[in-house]
Design a protein. Structure first.
Length: 655
């Protein structure tokens, strides 16, 4: 057949034209291309379809937002569940419903309202005020133009007018608030008697027949997921710095070039007199100020003891004039260049000539001098060596990362040569599933994994890559997996195993422990229920008191004391009129008897707490009312889920 087509190409092309042209004539070209490329409809709102493409766009945006939030711990497979897809589809449908309601209601947003909304965005404010420059910078960083952003914001503001007023004006009835406040503060006096399952475990005997029976009846609980064995290499800071040695000459050079880090530079205590000259002063004013400054300089050179007095009387620097012109201790790079150059050229107690700066004319004096102090090299050698090591390791890390990236693709069918060439240890691990490492009980590992190994191998990106088609099926090396900026992993699957039920011999101890725990809890419940009957009779006979209970204590929902969540829930659920009484409840540790003796109103909450609670309840109430309104709108606009929607939510391929 194919040989015939290759031999008679012109005839085959003519035959195809004969077949295709009538189809175009019948359907039309537009209809034909639409038939071939039409997106799958998932739902209808008011008779208009919502397509798979719209869903994919919304889903992709949501996953990207989650990825940015979670970083290296992002696991798309764990997030992309049926519940997640159901929520995304509902969000797309609801947005379309709200858009229809906004269109029918002719909602609009004025330019002024749009400007106010933008001005309220903290990211575009400086010192609490809207900044046009900041606004453009923020949008540019996200690759957006102001017009596009404003159009999208206007659309969102319009949509918010449909349900927003419902939620914003919702108020929780006072009766409901009071009832919740009373429930939160109500106190109950309770005594507890516990029957711990662990107390009965020593008397429990588990036979081999018991273990076999449990194993036969609970095989589904023992199933271990499909897993793989891996080879992998790790490039991190420790690996990059493993062979780094720092020559003494580099330590010496670094010390000489960075001495300011290892001591205190020269400092001078300075005072000055400033005759300020405005930048727009004419020549006459400048000449007058210069003459006055020269006069002051000559006077101080004759009698330096007058410096403080003259500074207080004539200096235009309000910050230092009242201090006799004192500027405090000055080191380099703290004054304007003209003044700094003059300060560091003066000897102690020497009066300077007049120095001009952008502020005017200065007369300066250095009153004290501190020579520079530098720690000796021996004292900072370890610090310098560590710093140079970090720098060299960072450079080596970058080089090794580049080399690994190249080698894992050049030698795709083996990871050992890559490890040898880059000088990294080839590590191995058994039993990595899509959900994480299998427990040591189910994998024959030569030695337990370290905590750092477990953390690394349980990373979502590592698991995703291990089960990707290239790595799992084709047994190729993975590409470099960046877990963190200073942590890269490359891996290769050496063996894959299907899901399995571990042999009895491997899990019999686990089963035995499970049976002991189950029977311990059963005995605790039996003894507890028997004691409950006696305690109830004792409470009914007011002349008797139930035995074995701990001292009574006052508890509340806000302060359960040492009661477990199960116990406090049982205590607080009991109707007020049923007290005093004893109730029994099964707990994780066994069985508890709770003797509820009294119910009392708790202390009043502060008004501020009640106001906060009222606000929280109003928000929840508003969300509930918005949900009810949205349900009505969905009904009004005839929302329909189409057959492909269920397949998509279930993760099945669409036909």
């Amino acid at each position: 057949m194919f040989d015939f087509i290759r031999t008679h190409r012109r005839f085959a092309m003519l035959a195809l034209l004969v077949l295709v042209i009538p189809a175009f004539a019948f359907f039309g070209i537009e209809g034909y291309t639409g038939f071939m490329s039409r997106d799958k409809p998932l739902a209808e709102v008011n008779g208009v379809e919502i397509t798979e493409a719209e869903f994919d766009q919304a889903k992709g945006a949501q996953l990207e937002q989650i990825r940015r939030s979670l970083g290296a711990s992002f696991d798309a497979a764990a997030i992309d569940t049926p519940a997640f897809r159901q929520r995304i589809l509902n969000d797309v449908i609801n947005r379309r419903v709200i858009a229809n309601a906004a269109t029918d209601g002719r909602y609009t947003v004025s330019d002024e309202a749009l400007r106010d909304a933008i001005a309220q965005i903290p990211a575009v404010q400086e010192n609490g005020q809207f900044s046009t420059e900041r606004y453009r910078q923020v949008l540019a960083a996200q690759g957006m133009q102001p017009a596009d952003f404003e159009m999208g914001l206007r659309r969102d503001l319009i949509l918010s007018q449909v349900l927003g007023p419902i939620g914003q004006t919702a108020q929780t009835p006072s009766a409901v608030v009071n009832q919740i406040v009373n429930g939160l503060t109500e106190e109950r006096t309770v005594a507890v008697r516990r029957f711990a399952a662990q107390a009965y475990e020593a008397d429990i005997t588990i036979t081999d027949e018991d273990v076999q029976a449990w194993y036969d009846n609970n095989a589904d609980r023992m199933i271990q997921p499909a897993s793989v064995d891996l080879q992998y290499i790790v490039l991190d800071e420790a690996a990059a710095s493993a062979d780094v040695s720092v020559p003494d000459s580099e330590v010496q050079t670094y010390y000489e070039q960075n001495q300011q880090r290892f001591g205190q530079a020269e400092r001078r205590r300075v005072r000055h007199i400033l005759l300020e000259v405005p930048t727009d002063a004419n020549e006459a004013l400048q000449s007058e100020a210069l003459a006055n400054a020269r006069e002051i300089a000559e006077q101080l050179k004759t009698d330096p003891t007058l410096f403080a007095e003259i500074a207080q009387e004539r200096s235009d620097d309000p910050g230092s004039a009242s201090q006799g012109g004192d500027l405090g201790w000055i080191s380099k790079d703290t004054l304007v260049p003209e003044v700094e150059a003059a300060v560091f050229a003066l000897s102690p107690n020497q009066i300077s000539d007049v120095v001009q700066s952008p502020f005017g004319y200065h007369v300066l004096e250095v009153t004290e001098l501190q020579a520079p102090t530098i720690k000796p090299l021996a004292q900072v050698r370890d610090e310098i060596t560590a710093e140079i090591t970090r720098q060299m390791a960072a450079a080596r890390f970058a080089d090794l990362a580049t080399e690994i990236t190249s080698l894992v693709y050049e030698q795709r069918e083996a990871l050992a040569p890559v490890a040898t060439q880059v000088g990294l240890t080839l590590q191995t691990v058994k039993g990595l599933s899509r959900d994480g490492l299998l427990a040591d009980d189910f994998v024959a590992r030569e030695e337990p994994l370290t905590q750092s190994q477990q953390t690394l191998l349980n990373q979502p990106r590592v698991r995703q890559m291990a089960f990707s088609e290239d790595v799992l099926t084709d047994r190729f090396n993975s590409g470099p997996i960046e877990i963190a900026p200073d942590l890269i992993v490359a891996l290769r699957v050496t063996e894959s195993r299907p899901a399995f039920v571990p042999p009895l011999e491997q899990v019999k101890d686990l089963i035995r422990d499970e049976l002991v725990e189950e029977r311990g809890i059963k005995l605790a419940r039996e003894y507890g229920e028997a004691a409950l009957v006696v305690a109830v009779d004792a409470v009914a006979n007011v002349s008797d008191s139930p035995e074995g209970f701990e001292p009574a204590q006052v508890v509340s929902r806000q302060d359960p004391r040492e009661l477990t969540s199960t116990e406090i829930l049982a205590v607080m659920r009991l109707p007020k009129d049923d007290t005093p009484t004893v109730v029994g409840v099964e707990t994780e540790a066994g069985y508890s008897l709770l003797n509820v003796l009294a119910v009392n109103a708790g202390p009043a909450l502060p008004e501020q707490s009640i106001a906060q609670l009222r606000q929280q309840l109003a928000q929840s109430w508003g969300q509930a009312e918005e949900g009810a309104a949205l349900a009505i709108l969905r009904q009004r606009y005839d929302v329909k889920l189409l057959p492909d929607a269920q397949a998509l939510i279930a993760g099945e391929p669409l036909q």
